[in-house]
Write a protein that binds this ligand. Structure first.
Ligand SMILES: [Zn+2]
Length: 242
């Protein structure tokens, strides 16, 4: 059966809640990634064949449609869930893909990157999480390399909320301003990278990285308190399109 989460489930899946209910999981130790699938039957998908993240390589040439995003200024608040730093987004920003409209719901960060590109890891990866009316998910992933201060990140917060806390975004921020000039992307079918690891997620990984300063990357890492990247998962029978 196809996984079609309710919006409530969706928010839980994508760790929007400051205090995550249900089964506890972590990025290390006994409740770490190697054991996620065994923690509860609800996390069974974590041992599936189409899991994220992956090392993007061995590409299959394809005529991928241009990335069609229509984003408005809508960043509303930032939450430190303890597993990630996540920015909630107001309705009205969309990604059009496969003839469907996906609403941008939130974006969040992994330090270091979860996906790799031809074996290369990045110090920071952003995930822009979208859902269509049926609850299908599409994630646009954005790599950051270390460099100058990122002006969009600088507008989102002066200092990050403590674990479990939420704070408003002080100014209007359009996440479109954080995307690179070149929107070429790799595409594959994957999963949520956190429990319940639900599959059937459309993944679009932008080829061109953007920059953030070492201080900005360190502040995100300090806020979460540990590396929050799930280890690479086998590609198995999937193809990665470019
Ligand atoms: Zn993520």
């Amino acid at each position: 059966m196809k996984f079609a989460p309710s919006l409530a489930t969706l928010f839980f899946c994508t760790h929007a809640l400051a205090v995550t209910p249900g089964t506890n999981w972590e990025y290390s130790g006994e409740t770490g990634p190697e054991n996620w699938a065994k923690l509860t039957p609800e996390f069974n998908a974590c041992s599936g064949k189409n899991q994220s993240p992956v090392n993007l390589d061995g590409f299959v040439e394809a005529e991928l449609e241009p990335l069609m995003v229509s984003y408005a200024a809508g960043a509303s608040e930032v939450v430190n869930s303890g597993h990630t730093v996540q920015v909630a987004y107001k309705p009205g920003s969309t990604l059009t893909l496969d003839g469907k409209t996906f609403q941008l719901i939130q974006f969040h960060f992994h330090m270091p990157s979860e996906n790799q590109i031809k074996g290369q890891s990045y110090p920071l990866e952003g995930h822009l999480v979208h859902a269509d009316e049926a609850g299908n998910l599409a994630v646009v992933a954005l790599m950051f390399k270390e460099g100058e201060q990122n002006p969009v990140l600088a507008k989102l917060w002066d200092s990050l909320p403590a674990e479990g806390d939420t704070q408003p975004i002080p100014t209007a921020v359009n996440i479109r301003d954080m995307l690179p000039a070149d929107l070429d992307y790799y595409r594959f079918s994957g999963s949520l990278t956190t429990p319940p690891c639900s599959e059937g997620v459309r993944w679009l990984v932008l080829k061109q990285p953007v920059v953030a300063s070492s201080a900005q990357i360190q502040a995100l890492t300090d806020a979460v308190g540990e590396a929050n990247n799930r280890p690479l998962q086998p590609v198995n029978a999937r193809v990665i399109l470019q």
